[in-house]
Structure formats: structure tokens, C-alpha cells
Design a binder for this molecule. Sequence first.
Ligand SMILES: *[C@@H]1O[C@H](CO)[C@@H](O)[C@H](O)[C@H]1NC(C)=O
Ligand SMILES: *[C@@H]1O[C@H](CO)[C@@H](O)[C@H](O)[C@H]1NC(C)=O
Ligand SMILES: *[C@@H]1O[C@H](CO)[C@@H](O)[C@H](O)[C@H]1NC(C)=O
Ligand SMILES: *[C@@H]1O[C@H](CO)[C@@H](O)[C@H](O)[C@H]1NC(C)=O
Ligand SMILES: *[C@@H]1O[C@H](CO)[C@@H](O)[C@H](O)[C@H]1NC(C)=O
Ligand SMILES: *[C@@H]1O[C@H](CO)[C@@H](O)[C@H](O)[C@H]1NC(C)=O
Ligand SMILES: *[C@@H]1O[C@H](CO)[C@@H](O)[C@H](O)[C@H]1NC(C)=O
Ligand SMILES: *[C@@H]1O[C@H](CO)[C@@H](O)[C@H](O)[C@H]1NC(C)=O
Ligand SMILES: *[C@@H]1O[C@H](CO)[C@@H](O)[C@H](O)[C@H]1NC(C)=O
Length: 888
Amino acid sequence: MKKYNMREMVFCFVFLASLFLNNAGVTGQADNTGFVNIDCGLPANSSYKDASSTLTYISDAQFIDTGTNHNISVEYVTPTLSPHYLNVRSFDTGVRNCYTIKSLVSGLKYLVRATFLYGNYDGLNKGVIFDLHIGVNYWKTVNISDPGKTTIAEVMFVAPVDYIQVCLVNTGSGTPFISSLDLRPMKSSLYPSANSSQSLALVRRLNAGPTDSTILRYPDDPHDRMWEPWSNVPYWTEITTTSHIQNLPNDLFEVPSAVLQTAVIPVNSSEIQFFWEVDPVDKDPSYMANLHISELMQLTANQKREFNITLNDAMWYNSSFSPDYLYSDAIYGLRPFHGSQRYNVSLTATANSTLPPILNAVELFIVLPVSAIPSDSGDVSAINAIKSSYQIKKNWNGDPCAPKTYAWEGLNCSYAVSGSPRITVLNLASSGLVGGITNAFANLKALQTLDLSYNNLSGLIPDVLSQLPSLSVLDLTGNNLNGSIPPGLLKKSQDGSLTLRVGNNVNLCSDGTSCNQSKKKSNNSTIAIAIIVPIVVVVILAAVGILIIYKYKKRPGSMSTTVNPNNTEFSTGTSTVDSSLKLENRQFTYNELKQITHNFQREIGRGGFGIVYSGLVDGTQVAVKVHRNTSTKEAKEFMVEAQHLTKIHHKHLVSLIGYCKDENCFALVLEYMSEGSLEDHLRGRAAGTWPLTWRDRIRIALESAQGLEYLHKGCNPPLIHRDVKPNNILLNARLEAKIADFGMSKAFNSNNDTHISTNHVVGTHGYVDPEYHMTYQLTEKSDVYSFGVVLLQIVTGQPAIIQGTGPESGVMTLIQWVRQRLARGNIESVVDARMQWQQEEITTVTFILVTVAPVPVRITTWIQVTLARTALVRWNSTLVQFHWSVAQ
Ligand SMILES: *[C@@H]1O[C@H](CO)[C@@H](O)[C@H](O)[C@H]1NC(C)=O
Ligand SMILES: *[C@@H]1O[C@H](CO)[C@@H](O)[C@H](O)[C@H]1NC(C)=O
Ligand SMILES: *[C@@H]1O[C@H](CO)[C@@H](O)[C@H](O)[C@H]1NC(C)=O
Ligand SMILES: *[C@@H]1O[C@H](CO)[C@@H](O)[C@H](O)[C@H]1NC(C)=O
Ligand SMILES: *[C@@H]1O[C@H](CO)[C@@H](O)[C@H](O)[C@H]1NC(C)=O
Ligand SMILES: *[C@@H]1O[C@H](CO)[C@@H](O)[C@H](O)[C@H]1NC(C)=O
Ligand SMILES: *[C@@H]1O[C@H](CO)[C@@H](O)[C@H](O)[C@H]1NC(C)=O
Ligand SMILES: *[C@@H]1O[C@H](CO)[C@@H](O)[C@H](O)[C@H]1NC(C)=O
Ligand SMILES: *[C@@H]1O[C@H](CO)[C@@H](O)[C@H](O)[C@H]1NC(C)=O
């Protein structure tokens, strides 16, 4: 506790004062005092001058766009009632409704005051309890039980941003309403306990010994605090002076002379006592109090006024106190006090004192921690621009991200330990948005996902969206957009950093130059053109050395397959559940397995893990993979994985139909893939089949890529396959590719004879990416590297590890083999000799070779292969047309 001595400290306020004046000058909504006086519920555009305060009150319409206006019931209208109490704005929809007052200066101190008079405005004559928030922090619980009683809430705070929101929060005990809202700029030096980490919510501000019963405020108090009259007749008597009471240059409270000119002293006693009790709506409040004390009597030489001040019988101020004549003085605390239900304060004259104690005014506050930080102000203005641009009909009120409990619907935020929350996901799918895509989206600088699908958006796609550094998903599906995909977004989409969805936009032309070529039935094909052209151009430039040397010769005797350029048979679905397999995932017993496999009669495969049998479940053929030699640890992992995998369904992943796990058996029941593995086909091991055509191969590559992408992007948590290779790409009767053994490599480290698992490296030699080898850091990029090797195998028909002959003798990886041959400019010697292919297809063949082969290191490979994958996913026969147009 501290008394400050006014005469010794001289301090200059020039800087703060000028700041204060500047602020007053720029506050457009404020009058020349810097005050903002809002009469809530007053019709829009109306205003009036309040006779007693001389301040002009304006309608609240420009500060809020929710709520409805009401007049209070006539029986509560009295001649002395301040006019701002005559009407209210109430909020019967939305949990949180907020006023926004702009033009504050971040870092400066403000006083905000809200007043409430219920006056039975709704005719329900019911009490109501609701919360007030100041910005993103709790301020006060308002408990209205007497319809004719006015309630005043006030808070002193340091503005964290250049606007402040006052929010009324419905806590389930009636409809929040408000009568008026005032904003007062304060000098930063005043009320030092209000700082950026704590605010002061007013409990009472009492003017002891007033001459009348009105609230003292502006213009008597230049800061327009409201001082309530306070007396305690007959125990206290009032003394007054007409002399002016001085504030000091460094006064921390600047209590106006009009307040200090009146005071109380006890009657027949040497003690002034008062107390307060904790309001049950305040949960364990921490209090701060100011006692304002000035001597109003000129004391003679033998007079002495000296008293001790105690709080709950402890010395509040550590020595006895004698106020100075006609100077403001105060007892105030720097540390808040709490923990009691009742606080007794007494001012007791000391033995030497000839006069009783004196008290001029009291202020009591609750300290509010500033615990939440408002959202990034750039994000806030952007999202508000979006809100008003589309007239969004959501309960979007107050701060978008904070406090977390009231974050806006349809967006996700990131909350850093320190620093402002940022909007990272904005989902406005199916929100009835009409009009163009506003550039305001590009001001949400931390945005990662923007979903605008299935609205009625029209016009061009703004390229500024490509400047969002973290944007990784942009979904514009199902709108009415036209024009072309702008180059910035196209580039990001191609390098794999952005997932761009633009399907179902009938007027969107895709490549920006030749819209008339893309009179497509399918939107997917439209995209494919846009995506593929630049890639092909780049690839062709890169491959120019090879292409010059390479001379295409139609292979004699090859089967001539006609390619229909309009054929769009390639599926681009990403998460379709295969409808042919409607079996439930289930757990089988050993006896059931025996039945399913006809007593393990027909063996269809074998490996280090065990044996695969053919079987029948409900008339559908299945593959039963029986594992052996399993430890307890493996058994546990098996259960976790199996249960996890039963939930994953994708058209291009082999479905897990069920599993068996008991002491006798340890097996997976899988979708049956009649045509075996891609490896069998590439290596010519599949009996009685023709070598795969290039079109089959590229489709299989595409389908595997989709399955892999689903594991990486569609599963939660993402699954890393860890063993992508042609052996694990299985084909069904229609030669549709499905990835097998996904997610199981963890449970089963010895799936295959060629498996290596030394030093924790899991995978198959020739497919494991070199970085994983070096670091043991497994990411989905490792799968992508392996997939790149698969792509090379698809082109070359070669194994991943090659035993070279002649000048290429020695063991080498397929990548080395391809690079050596490409370096000699010999494409023909690289491409699988058994493959039937068309001249047109040279583009894709070259493309894959050139993008995948030369780059053995993962990081670059990731980019390259993502490129390839993007192209494959988007690939369809229109590519052929493009080859022609580009080549001409
Ligand atoms: C209030 O004034 C603004 C601007 O002059 C005007 O656009 C608006 O329609 C007015 N509102 C009402 C309710 O009069
Ligand atoms: C409130 O009363 C005033 C007249 O006193 C009237 O003009 C106004 O329309 C009323 N407002 C409402 C919301 O009923
Ligand atoms: C705010 O004031 C309190 C009490 O005086 C103090 O503990 C705290 O450090 C202050 N915070 C700042 C940011 O100055
Ligand atoms: C103060 O003392 C006078 C005289 O003794 C007495 O009449 C009066 O009631 C006392 N007042 C109070 C409040 O005790
Ligand atoms: C609200 O105020 C009334 C009257 O003062 C009181 O009876 C009631 O307990 C209060 N409600 C809460 C939740 O504190
Ligand atoms: C405050 O004073 C009252 C009345 O004298 C007494 O009953 C109570 O115990 C005191 N409270 C504290 C916390 O000292
Ligand atoms: C009162 O406290 C202040 C600092 O808190 C100290 O400087 C002063 O000596 C103390 N006075 C007495 C009488 O203890
Ligand atoms: C007032 O405080 C002083 C110094 O702390 C102490 O010596 C004295 O006894 C106190 N007087 C009373 C009446 O409590
Ligand atoms: C009271 O006054 C006498 C004489 O002025 C002084 O000696 C004594 O210390 C004072 N007592 C207190 C408690 O201040």
C-alpha cells in the first residue's frame, strides 16, 4: 500500500497529453472530447443532446448489426430518468452479440461503460442474468432482478487493438439487452493498475458527502466517471468547502474537485467504518480500492487530523495518515486482495489526533486478468470484409477466433502461446454466397484451407489467392465461375503445394488460351488440359536433347490399338467406396476361416509372412492371408492395425473384409484380386496374359497414385505405406489397380523375402528412398519416392535392382540404369520392348522418364513425382490432343 506525496514529485505529461489529444482528433465517431456516447435502441441516424451531461448521444445502429430495438414500459419512465434509459436493444438470437467501436489507439487506456434499465421492455417482467465481455475477455455478469433499477458496468482497460468490442453473452438466463454504451479515452498514467495484462472492472465509485442526490459526471468530471452519492446519516456528517481542490501534475486518479469538495466525518466517534460483501455472481474476485482523502479544513497549530486505515483489521497503509489541505491524496493498493467474503474498512483516529478521520471518495474495482488475445487484426478486417461482402447469414459476431468457446462457425484458428490467433481454415461451403470471389480472401494471410464449394459464385478466380503463403487446399467446386485458372494457382497446383478443386463450374475454361478445345462433358477433363499443358511444355523443353536423338519407329508386328482421344474412361474419384463389396468388416474365428477356405485347400500365394488362400465369404471370393510366427508384440500391433484398416475404404485400396485373431489364427480376409500383382504383369509372370499396353499401364499408375494419395491425404491419421512396389499393386478382373498391404508393414516387418528391416529401415531394396536410409525419418515422401520407382518400372518393365550386363555390368538400381541410358540419348532402349504403344504416347513416356529418373534425392523427387502424380491424376486422353497442338 502506498501513499504518494504530491508536493515532491513534478512530472511532465506533454507526451501523453499530446497522444491523448491526437487520439481525440482521429476518433471519427467521437465528439470533440474523444467521447463516444451511444444510446442503444435509438432509431438509426437519430441523436440528441443529453441535458444534464451536455453530451450528444447517437444511435447504436452503426456499431452493431444484430438485435432489436424496444422502448421501456411507460410505468418506468420518470421525469428524472436519463433519456438513454428510455430504449434498449435486445438480443434474442445468437449466443454472443457484440458492439464494435473503432478508431481506438492500440496501447492507450480507455474507460467503457454500459448501462442497463430493464423497464419491462419486453412485457415479460422477468429477471435476467447475462455476461459482458470486453474484447475477448470476461468483464462482468449482469444480474437484473429489479425492473426499475439502473445497473452500471464500467471497465478500464488498455486497448490491445485499434477497436474494441463489447459483447453481451447469453448464458441461458434470459435475453441480454443494453441501454447505453460509452467510451472514454483515459490518460495512460491514470489508474496504473489497469495495464495490458489486467483491466479494472468497477464495483462502486462513491462520492462521500454530496450536496445533492444526483450522480456527478461530465462536465464536473472531465473524464466522465460516474460518482454516486454516498452518505450514512446519522453516523456520518458531511463537511464541504467551496475552495478548489488541487490535483497534482502526476496525479494518478485526477479526481475532480467537485467530488473532493465534499467529505464525511463520523458523528460522536473517532472512526469511519464501511464494508462490502462479495457478490455471488463474482467468483473469487480480486479487489482493488482507492480511498480519496483531502483535508477540507484549515487546521490551527494545535489541531491535528491523523488516523490509521485498516482492512479486515490489518493495517492497510503502514503508518498513520494526515491528509493535506486542499490537495487530492489517495490510499490505493498495487496488489489486489481476495479470499474473504466480507471486507471491513475502518479509518481510526490515532491517540494524538484532535480531529476525527475524513473520507472524500471511494472507488472499488475487481481486477480482471487479460487472458485472451484478440485475433490478428489483418485477419479480423479480412473476415469482416468477407462477412459484409456476402451478407453472410451466420452468427458471426465478436472476435472470429477468441475466446475459443465462441469462435465463429465455419472457421478454424491456430492459437499460439503468445501472439494473436490466426484463421487457418475457412469453410463457406454451401453458404449461399453470391457474386465474385472477393480479394479479401487473400488478406487471410495464414489461411491453409479455403472451401467455397457449392455456392453461387461467379466471375473470375482471382490470382491473388496464389499469394497466400500457406494455402494448401482451395475448393471452388460447384460454382458458376468462368474464365480460366489463373497462372499463380495453376503453378502451385502443379508443384503439388496446392490441392485445387474446380469441378462443376460449367463455364470455367481451363487453359486460358484455347477454351473452345475444351467443350467437355466432364469437368475433370477440362482441368486436365489446364494442368497438363505447362507441364508438357516444360518437359518437352527439358527433354529436347533426348527427343532430337530419338527417332520414333513404329514397332513392326505390334498390335495396333486405336486410341480414342475423347475417351474419358479414367476415373478421377478419390474416395469412392467400391460398391461391389458391401461386406461388413468383421472378426472371424478359426473355424469360420476353415470353412471360408475349404480347409485351407487352395493356396494362391506364399511369402515370408505365411500363405495366402482363396476362399468364399457370402458368395464373394476373398483372399485369406494367414500369418505365422507372431510374437505378442506383433499380435498387439496386428489388432490395432486391423481394426484401423477395417475403417478404410477406397476404390484403389484392397479392402480388408475381416480378420481373425485368436490363439490358433492370425489372418486377414481381403478382397480377392484375380489378376495378381502389377509385378507379375510387368515381369511377364501372369499366365496367359498379353503384356500390358501403355494405356493400361498409365491407368494402373493413375489408380495406384489415387490409392496412395488417399492413404496420405484421406486417412486420419495419414498412413504411410512403407512398401510401395509393383508386388503390392494388385489387379482385379477388370485390371483395375488396388494397393495392398497398406499400413501393415508396421505390424509385419517380414512381409516378403526381399524385405529389409535392418536399422529400422522398412521397405524393399531398390524402392527405399536414400534419405530415409540416411535419416530413418519416414514420411509420405518415402512412399512417393518408391512410387517414382514403380513409374519407371511401368515404363521399362525392369526390376528395381538390375544385374547389368556388358558395359553396364554390376548391380545397379533401376534409377541408375535409366539415367545411364537416357544420358546416351536412347529412349527406345529404356522403354519396355513388349509394350504396345502409339507414337502419340511418346509424350507421356518421355514425361515420366524425364521427370522421375534423373533425380535420386528425395526432396527434389518429391516435387518431381508430385508433379508427375498431379499430371497422372488429372491425366486423360485429351493429353494426346495436346501433344499434337504443342508439337505443331
Ligand atoms: C442512415 O443514414 C445513412 C447514411 O446517410 C443511410 O444510408 C441510411 O439509410 C439511414 N438509415 C435510416 C434508418 O434512416
Ligand atoms: C419508442 O417510442 C418512440 C416515441 O416515444 C417511437 O417513435 C418509437 O417508434 C418507439 N420505438 C419502438 C421500438 O417501439
Ligand atoms: C500490470 O500491473 C500488475 C500489478 O501492478 C503487474 O503485476 C503487472 O506486471 C503489470 N503488467 C504489465 C504488462 O505492466
Ligand atoms: C451523538 O451525541 C449526541 C449527544 O451526546 C447524541 O444526542 C446523538 O444521538 C449522538 N449521535 C449518534 C449518531 O450517536
Ligand atoms: C441476482 O440478484 C438477485 C437479487 O439481488 C439475487 O437474489 C440473486 O441471487 C442473484 N442471482 C445470482 C445468480 O447471483
Ligand atoms: C467485519 O465486521 C463485522 C461487524 O463488526 C464482523 O462481524 C466481521 O467478522 C468482520 N469481518 C471481517 C472479515 O473482519
Ligand atoms: C511503509 O512502507 C514503506 C514502503 O512500503 C516504507 O518505505 C516505510 O518505511 C514504511 N513505513 C513504516 C512506518 O513502516
Ligand atoms: C496507528 O498506527 C500506529 C503505527 O502503525 C500505531 O502505533 C498505533 O497504535 C495505531 N493506532 C491505533 C489507534 O490503531
Ligand atoms: C504523540 O505526540 C507526542 C508529542 O508530540 C509524541 O511524542 C508521540 O510520539 C506521539 N505519538 C504517536 C503515536 O504518534
